[in-house]
Structures are given as structure tokens and as C-alpha cells.
Design a protein around this ligand. Structure first.
Ligand SMILES: Cc1cc2nc3c(=O)[nH]c(=O)nc-3n(C[C@H](O)[C@H](O)[C@H](O)COP(=O)(O)OP(=O)(O)OC[C@H]3O[C@@H](n4cnc5c(N)ncnc54)[C@H](O)[C@@H]3O)c2cc1C
Length: 526
């Protein structure tokens, strides 16, 4: 993937695009892959970096959703479980099996959750993720040495998938490009054009690097901008009634010592319909819960003090070692684009299902759902737009389409396993220059070659793109990421032929961006 080549693809397009997708998160990339793989001409525009929005800020679970089982939404769970299997089949380098345990402290919990998880097994059908089992107290503590032992009666173990969200996104963008799509990051859609009959027939965008205006005529425009979907709908139809309830969820990252081993903790009820997860992720412990409504979506949402306190309190209740603010290596927040009435107070009650909505102008908005079901959402969206735009009917091929980097034995690449088959090329890059094989920081596993790779082949344009969404340093350990920023800037400057002023500006911008991810001892500033 190369940004200049992508812009050239756009300027060479002789006819209106069959499909223009606005938004480069899971939903937009999924639609681009599906539509391009059916042979339609596709362009995708992302205002920032791919995955800058919610799609890099999830809990990193490929799951059926045990919580939706509690709510009795069996069809949603069944669909997500099917997608879980397909995703692992098509991207084995990106999806691994995650064992989880629900700890039981009350007498009834083991039987209650054990029965619920048998239903989960049954809905999953013959799945290779593994079957649930009830565990004794000793067995639970053996598998979860970091768990609070006092009052524990046992547990129930089950399995789901785990992934690195923004890495999957890059590989989806790459897959779409291999299928012929043109995808451009840092291209903000600022207008929607209409024909004489008032129907949407294209977009106006700005290349944020050159300032150049881009005009893309299209047979159909798909609005896949997540929490920003209403803003794009307003571009086409000013004053139109809103449909998105933005809902914010925060995660904190602690060191691995808080949750040693390979098993996650899932607590199905921690108040107001919330769940809590404590998950081993890339040598760290990721703690998160469900979300709460916020008035306005922003591209760089900030963790609220009450959310951090809640997460620390919950973690302290279930972990043997009680974490404090100074133990938080990174705190990050994502916004769920739920669909429902604006005045909603408890978002746990809102549907996690996806919505495909067509405005009278013909603008198609596809939103909601979850990462796990992005493929299914894309399939339904493309079926719908093909019909709407009168595109030749072609079957969806993504149930068996391999995702870029497909490698059934990716574990052999160690820390580079998420790159799948690309790992060979990344290793070869550092061959002639030993310094490229060095770690970016002693507390990070990423090496300098990954920066070069990201700049050359993954359309990373800034230090933030690399440290936040290509190697995940900002999300794992924000202090280490800030320390690594000058080295990353220097490697990128060499790739792009930039000067020292560019490097300094990049480091300053990244340091400012990273500040809210670092908590320190004191409460967050308001
Ligand atoms: C806290 C939290 C945890 C979650 N955990 C999980 C999980 O573990 N598993 C799971 O399956 N799902 C999970 N989800 C859900 C999942 O992350 C989301 O459903 C998914 O990422 C939404 O993707 P999206 O593409 O719709 O939105 P986004 O990723 O937000 O993408 C929208 C994009 O549109 C771009 N955009 C906006 N306006 C414009 C414009 N004018 N021009 C061009 N581009 C524009 C934005 O920059 C953004 O990149 C979680 C969600 C949250 C909030």
C-alpha cells in the first residue's frame, strides 16, 4: 500500500465509482473488501489514519458476546459466533484462542454460568475454539494465579477469540487494495454532491496533506463513519434527524504481573448491566468494561476520571494485587456508535446489532454492530447497495476470502506473528542493517524495522500512526511510546526525505497526544 499510488488510482478513474466509502474503520474497510472482491470499482476515504476512530480502541475480543446471551439475544450471539469462526479461518495470523474464566464467589454462580455457557457452546456448533467447563476452586486459582482467592468457590471456563484490532484493519485495507480498491487516509470528506433530482451522486474531499480538493462521482455513497455518521448525513441533508447515541468505553492497561498466565477473567455483572474483562494482551493486562453515553463524539476521546476509578475499583475487587493510578501504563477510550433515542441513559440496554439506513437522498449509512461482525455487516450493506444503485448482481465471496498476510503457522514468527506471511519480508528488511533489528524501547517488543515497514508498505504517515496503530505502543505503555517517539520520527524522516524540523514537530505532536493516556498519581485534569 502506498498513498501516492492510491491517489493516482483515484485521479485515473475514468467513470463514476460504483461505490465510494466514507470512513476507514472496521465497517468501511469491510465494505471496501466485500464490494471490491465482487468486482465493483471502490474508493474509500478516511479523514485521519485507518483505525483512528473506535476500531483501534476495542477490547480486542472476537466473540459471540456472553453479555448478549444474558439479554436473551440468541440470534445476535449465533451470528457473531459464526463470524468468529470465519474470521479465524480467513485470518489465522490475526485471531488466537483466548481462554476466559468467570470466577464464582456466590454458591449459585457456577451452576448458573455453567448452564449459560453450555448454551454458548451449543450456539457455536462444532467450533474449534473449545468447550466450556466448570472448575473447582483449586483449578480456577491454578489457571488464574492473579485472581482474588478470598471467598472464591470455583469458576466456569470458556473460550473466545482475541485479535489486534488496528492490525486487522491494516490487513483489511491491504486486502481491499489487492482486490482493486483505492484507499486514501488523511482525506476528509467535506461535502456530498447531488444530481438534479436531489439524489446523492458523489463526494467532495480534501487531501489533508496537499490541501488539494478531490471530487469523486459515485453511483452510491456509503457512510461508514461510526460515531460521526450523523455529521456526514447532515452534509447530504442539513437538519436531518440524528440516529447515533455515542457511548464511551474506557480501558486501562497494567503490567502482566497483575494477571499472569494466558487466561482472562470475565465478570458478567458489575453494576448497571456492565461486564468487566481483565485480559492478557501482548504481554500486558487489559482491563475494560461496557460503555456509558456521552453528549458528543470526538476523534481523540478522553478517559473520564470516574471511569478510571471504576475500573481500578473493579480490578481491585477481583485481582489479588490491587492496582492504583500509578500502575496504569495506558488509558484509552473508544466510542460505540449505538443507534437509538438521544436521551438514553443506560446504553447497556441499547441494541448492539447493526443498522443499514438509507436516507431519502440515497445516502447509505451502515453503523453499529461490532468488530467481530464487520464481515456480515459488509455483506448485507453491499447486497443492499448493489440493489439500490442497480449494480450487476454478484455473489459475496468474503466467507472464504483470505485476509492479507494469511499464514496458518504465524506463531513461528514470534513477536511478528500478527504480520503473518509479511513477517519474512520484515525480517529481511533488517538484514543489512543490524540497528533495524533493535527494539524501539526496552519495555516494548517492537523493533525498528517495523517502523520502516509501516512507512513503506502500510501507509503510516505520522509518528502517531506508527506508535498508536501499527505497533500499539501508545496503547500498551504510553510512557515508553513517548520515549520511543524521537527514534520513530528519525526512521520515518529517513524514509520520507523529511528534515529535522519535521521530526521535531512530529515528536511534539505525539507527546501532546499521548499525555491523556498517562495518568500518573494525580486525578485526571477535568
Ligand atoms: C470500548 C469499546 C470496546 C469494544 N470492544 C469490542 C470487542 O472486543 N469486540 C468487538 O467485536 N467489538 C468491540 N467493540 C465494537 C467495535 O470496536 C466497533 O463496532 C467498530 O470498531 C466500529 O467501527 P466503525 O468503522 O463503524 O467506526 P470507526 O472505527 O470509528 O470508524 C469510523 C471512521 O470514520 C472516519 N470519518 C469520520 N468522519 C469522516 C469524514 N468526514 N471523512 C472521512 N472519514 C471520516 C473516522 O475518522 C473513523 O476512522 C468495542 C467498542 C467500544 C467502544
Amino acid at each position: 500500500m502506498n498513498r501516492d499510488d492510491m491517489l493516482a488510482r483515484i485521479s485515473r478513474q475514468p467513470h463514476p465509482w460504483d461505490v465510494v466509502v466514507v470512513g476507514g474503520g472496521a465497517t468501511g474497510a469491510g465494505v471496501a473488501v466485500d464490494a471490491a472482491a465482487r468486482g465493483y470499482s471502490v474508493a474509500l476515504l478516511e479523514q485521519s489514519d485507518f483505525g483512528k476512530g473506535t476500531s483501534s480502541r476495542s477490547t480486542k475480543l472476537v466473540h459471540g458476546g456472553v453479555r448478549y446471551l444474558q439479554q436473551g439475544n440468541l440470534s445476535l450471539v449465533r451470528e457473531a459466533l459464526r463470524e468468529r469462526s470465519l474470521l479465524r479461518q480467513n485470518a489465522p495470523h490475526l485471531v488466537t484462542t483466548l481462554p476466559l474464566i468467570i470466577p464464582a464467589y456466590d454458591w449459585w454462580e457456577r451452576r448458573w454460568y455453567g448452564t449459560g455457557l453450555k448454551m454458548y457452546d451449543w450456539l457455536a456448533g462444532p467450533s474449534d475454539f473449545g468447550r466450556s467447563t466448570t472448575l473447582s476452586r483449586d483449578e480456577t486459582l491454578r489457571r488464574l494465579p492473579g485472581l482474588q482467592a478470598e471467598g472464591l468457590r470455583g469458576g466456569v471456563s470458556y473460550y473466545d477469540g482475541q485479535f489486534d484490532d488496528s492490525r486487522l484493519l491494516i490487513h483489511l485495507a491491504w486486502t481491499a487494495a489487492e482486490q482493486g480498491a483505492a484507499l486514501v487516509n488523511y482525506a476528509r470528506v467535506s461535502g456530498i454532491t447531488k444530481n438534479a433530482g436531489g439524489m446523492v451522486d458523489g463526494v467532495v474531499a480534501h487531501d489533508l496533506e496537499s490541501g488539494r480538493e478531490l471530487r469523486l462521482p459515485a453511483r452510491v455513497v456509503v457512510n461508514a463513519t461510526g460515531a460521526f455518521a450523523d455529521a456526514v448525513r447532515q452534509l447530504a441533508s442539513p437538519g436531518i434527524e440524528t440516529m447515533i447515541v455515542p457511548s464511551q468505553g474506557t480501558h486501562i492497561v497494567l503490567s502482566r504481573e497483575f494477571l499472569p498466565g494466558d487466561t482472562a477473567i470475565m465478570v458478567p455483572r458489575v453494576g448497571e448491566g456492565r461486564v468487566m474483562f481483565a485480559i492478557p494482551w501482548r504481554g500486558h493486562t487489559l482491563i475494560g468494561t461496557t460503555d456509558s453515553p456521552i453528549p458528543e463524539a470526538s476523534l481523540e476521546p478522553r478517559a473520564l476520571d470516574v471511569e478510571i476509578d471504576f475500573l481500578l475499583q473493579m480490578a481491585g475487587r477481583y485481582l489479588r494485587r490491587i492496582p492504583g493510578r500509578r500502575d496504569v501504563l495506558s488509558a484509552f477510550t473508544g466510542i460505540r456508535p449505538l443507534v437509538g433515542p438521544r436521551q438514553t441513559r443506560v446504553t447497556a440496554a441499547l441494541s448492539r446489532d447493526h443498522t443499514i439506513h438509507v436516507d431519502p437522498s440515497g445516502l447509505v449509512t451502515t453503523t453499529g454492530g461490532k468488530w467481530t461482525t464487520y464481515r456480515r455487516m459488509a455483506e448485507e450493506t453491499v447486497d443492499r447497495i448493489a440493489h439500490l444503485a442497480g449494480l450487476p448482481s454478484r455473489p459475496c465471496v468474503t466467507p472464504s476470502l483470505r485476509i492479507h498476510g494469511f499464514d496458518a503457522d504465524a506463531a513461528r514468527h514470534g513477536a511478528l506473528s500478527g504480520y503473518g506471511a509479511d513477517a519474512f519480508a520484515i525480517e529481511a528488511l533488517s538484514g543489512g542493517e543490524p540497528a533495524l533489528g533493535e527494539r524501539l524501547h526496552r519495555d516494548l517488543t517492537s523493533i525498528a524495522t517495523e517502523v520502516v515497514w509501516a512507512a513503506r508498505h502500510e501507509m503510516a504517515r505520522t509518528v502517531e500512526d506508527v506508535l498508536a496503530r501499527r505497533v500499539r505502543a501508545l496503547f500498551l505503555n504510553a510512557r515508553a511510546a513517548v520515549d520511543a517517539a524521537p527514534r520513530v520520527a528519525s526512521l520515518m524522516a529517513r524514509e520520507f526525505g523529511r528534515d529535522i524540523a519535521w521530526e521535531r514537530a512530529q515528536v511534539a505532536a505525539f507527546t501532546a497526544l499521548a499525555r491523556p493516556y498517562l495518568l500518573g498519581d494525580s486525578p485526571c485534569p477535568p
